[in-house]
Design a binder for this molecule. Structure first.
Ligand code: SF4
Length: 406
């Protein structure tokens, strides 16, 4: 990580004081001229770029390479795997995540979020822009979903936009679209600049909104885009102990909130996700302090929605995470198998944690902000103070929070 602090020595006749200034300028992050001073850019973790042969002449690829400057590049045959000598999976992830493969998405870009019918789902649509992530969260479900250690990014963006065109033309449905399902929405944006395509594209789409969900502060390209209020910039938040100990290479809480304030000033709507909520010593104070910091800094009326989701994971994730992060403790708690085949905390503990967070959120949230649970049953909603049937209204209420045409 770069040292982004500037130390200024101020000398007076009897005193010598060192003052630390932290730069916060959001210009073009990969520009030479710019004082590139963001606290942390996960794209800087990329050490090598591989390109599938058929992708090398796509203009989008050329643009990425222009921005990548000194990062070594290797062209590989189509449908082959990058020759990375990183050992067996999952240990290979640590090294593998430093490699970016520019490739083509040969399947669909646009799909409904794979929610399960047993729990209340928000009817989200996933826009699949790539796989894997340069940051490294201990609980990241991608470690169990994927079996490749490198990061893939799809450069056939024209196909992506054609699919979106079709979706917007064929129905009157209102689409809430997110790119953060199989990767982080902005972690590589200083390299890929995908936001500069997607955000203006959504500008006139009255039939939907785009949510860019991140744990980074790579927001430089969002500056000055004509977003028309149709892009929501969202951050995952957690207790400070979890953010600093279990979310490696991510931005700190203060950095995330500073970036959120900046996006609000640029006119973007915001969202926050307390997900996964993790049981740990001092969790009550930890989550309370994050919620207080959030509302001390960020204008409440700018927040479209805030979600809550307790830790849940596929059984295969635990051994993978413990192999990679043996000192991590939270996987050693007791869990119960949910109806969706994922482990989760016992119901009583989930309700206790949800009630605590909701109490502090409700005290300070704007009345128009939609608070909701991600993948919980109607019974849990009611136990936590929601009205009967409110969970069933979730998609409508989320739409209401951002629709300007309704
Ligand atoms: S930021 Fe998201 S996608 Fe990236 S490692 Fe963490 S959980 Fe996974």
């Amino acid at each position: 990580m770069e040292d982004n602090n500037l130390f200024i020595k101020i000398e007076t006749s009897q005193l010598c004081v060192f003052v630390t200034l932290r730069f916060f300028e959001y210009g073009d992050p990969m520009s030479d001229k710019n004082t590139y001073t963001l606290p942390m850019d996960p794209a800087r973790n990329i050490r090598k770029i591989f390109i599938e042969q058929s992708c090398q002449d796509i203009p989008y690829t050329r643009d990425i390479l222009d921005r990548a400057k000194d990062i070594p590049v290797e062209v590989i045959p189509d449908r082959t795997t990058p020759p990375i000598n990183a050992g067996p999976y999952p240990r290979s992830l640590t090294k593998g995540k430093k490699n970016l493969l520019l490739t083509t998405n040969r399947g669909s870009f646009f799909k409904p979020c794979p929610g399960t019918k047993e729990y209340c789902c928000c009817d989200y649509q996933v826009l699949n822009i790539g796989m894997n992530c340069p940051m490294d969260c201990v609980y990241c479900i991608l470690q169990a979903y994927l079996n490749n250690p490198w990061i893939s990014f799809f450069v056939n963006v024209d196909d992506l936009l054609s699919e979106l065109d079709l979706a917007f033309h064929k129905t009157n449905q209102f689409w809430r679209i997110g790119t953060g399902e199989f990767t982080d929405s902005l972690a590589l944006d200083s390299l890929t600049a995908l936001s500069k395509t997607l955000v203006p594209y959504m500008r006139d789409k009255t039939g939907g909104v785009l949510e860019l969900k991140t744990k980074s502060v790579s927001i430089g390209h969002l500056n000055g885009l004509d977003h028309g209020g149709r892009t929501i910039v969202a951050w995952s938040l957690n207790s400070p102990v979890i953010m600093s100990g279990e979310e490696l290479k991510t931005a700190s809480l203060d950095e995330r909130l500073d970036a959120a304030v900046q996006c609000a000033e640029w006119g973007y709507k915001l969202a926050f996700h307390f997900d996964p909520i993790i049981y740990h010593q001092g969790w009550q104070d930890g989550y309370e302090s994050t919620i207080n910091k959030l509302f001390d800094r960020v204008p409440a009326e700018k927040i479209a929605w805030i979600s809550l989701g307790a830790l849940r994971f596929l059984p295969t994730l635990r051994p993978i995470a413990l192999t990679r992060f043996p000192n991590s403790k939270f996987f050693h708690e007791e869990f119960v198998m949910g109806l969706d085949g994922k482990f989760r905390y016992f119901r009583s503990l989930r309700v206790e944690m949800y009630k605590h967070l909701l109490y502090h959120l409700r005290r300070r949230a704007h009345p128009a902000t939609c608070l909701y649970f991600c993948m919980e049953s109607d019974e849990i909603w009611q136990e936590c103070g929601f009205q009967p049937g409110e969970s069933k209204m979730l998609p409508t209420n989320l739409d209401k929070a951002v629709r300007t045409d309704a």
